[in-house]
Design a protein around this ligand. Structure first.
Ligand SMILES: NC(=O)c1ccc[n+]([C@@H]2O[C@H](COP(=O)([O-])OP(=O)(O)OC[C@H]3O[C@@H](n4cnc5c(N)ncnc54)[C@H](O)[C@@H]3O)[C@@H](O)[C@H]2O)c1
Length: 325
């Protein structure tokens, strides 16, 4: 299959690398910043362009859309109307209602659209899913997720901190990954409470998001996403009546990735613990792409597709409405 990439920034480059590993041929690389498109085309092949409509009319079968948040949904909608399968970067849109027409068009045209919630494809999270599905934790009670970094010099001037481009702040950025993972393990949420402070960065969006989500059964997700963590961190815990899973790190600057399974014993006291470690480079980008290509072959929507992304955005819509000043 042939690939086109719209948005040749940090993530466009990661997607190009993953596409190459899967044997996809890059035919078109697009960025408003033409040197960025040219650089990607030089390294991975294809033609460099600066108007995304040239990619829509190319012979690419799959498009990666990895632009700023304000343009994701509009380009995605035009891309499915042009008959392309998509790997659309998270959060897919800045509101749920902007993403709904993309899902309708994709279903109508039998196109597969994966939304870039790649964390599901990290080995520790895949292992957690397997353990939960085997019943190793019993009835789930709650999850607790923390995800953060400390930005960089001049971060407040980047598009992520400009509401008209980013659509919001850290809630949409790293918070959306935590919500996606919580939905994956606990299903839908009935209520959401949140605090969205701005503690440090001089911007008109939140630099921290504290959330408490509750299912109709009373299970909770306690989540914290932050741009003021200073030392990058990722932690996701899943706690059931028979035991607990603790995931730490995502590799790279987020520290070595590992998952610990603590099994409670009938006599209680200290649990039995098994630890799996993954000291190799992040392969989630390839695994996620592989899920999309399989979904295309099997003519289905991929796991972590538009339906799930719309659920994440519905919760985010509610939080932003609650916190609007
Ligand atoms: N899955 C993940 O873990 C993850 C991590 C980081 C970012 N992201 C997401 O990836 C997307 C891109 O983020 P990034 O970090 O690569 O940003 P970036 O700023 O590095 O790259 C975005 C690129 O899009 C280009 N662009 C903007 N509008 C365009 C348009 N209309 N046509 C063509 N090019 C256009 C910009 O010039 C820029 O080069 C965002 O949705 C972000 O949330 C996902």
């Amino acid at each position: 299959m042939k690939l086109g990439i719209i948005g040749c920034g940090l993530i466009g480059q990661k997607r190009a690398q993953a596409g190459k590993k899967l044997g996809l041929e890059l035919v078109s690389a697009c960025d408003l910043n033409i040197p960025a498109a040219q650089d990607l085309a030089n390294r991975f092949g294809g033609q460099a362009v600066n108007d995304y409509r040239d990619v829509l009319s190319s012979d690419a079968d799959i498009l990666v859309v990895a632009v700023t948040h304000d343009k994701l949904a509009q380009i995605a909608l035009e891309a499915v109307k042009a008959g392309k399968h998509l790997l659309l970067e998270k959060p897919g849109a800045v509101t749920s209602w902007a993403l709904e027409p993309v899902l309708e068009e994709a279903i109508e045209r039998n196109l597969s659209v994966k939304v870039g919630y790649n964390h599901r494809f990290h080995p520790s999270l895949q292992k957690a899913r397997e353990l939960v599905d085997q019943g190793a934790l019993g009835q789930l009670m709650y999850v607790r997720g923390r995800y953060g970094h400390g930005g960089r010099l001049g971060y407040e001037k980047e598009w992520r901190m400009r509401r008209e481009i980013g659509g919001g702040g850290e809630l949409l950025d790293q918070g959306s990954h935590l919500i996606d993972l919580s939905l994956w393990f606990l299903g839908g949420f009935a209520t959401v409470q949140a605090q969205l402070p701005n503690y440090y960065w001089k911007a008109d969006v939140e630099d921290n998001a504290f959330l408490l989500l509750t299912t109709s059964l009373g299970q909770c997700a306690m989540l914290h996403a932050t741009w003021t963590e200073w030392k990058n961190m990722f932690s996701f815990e899943i706690v059931g009546q028979l035991g607990k899973i603790a995931i730490d790190g995502l590799g790279g600057s987020y520290g070595p990735e590992q998952i610990a399974y603590h099994k409670m014993l009938p006599e209680m006291g200290p649990p039995e613990t098994v630890i799996w470690q993954y000291p190799f480079p992040d392969q989630s980008w390839e695994k996620e792409f592989e899920e999309l290509t399989k979904a295309i072959d099997q003519k289905r929507q991929p796991q972590g597709g538009l339906g799930e992304a719309i659920e994440v955005l519905r919760l985010i819509d509610i939080v932003y409405a609650q916190n609007r000043k």
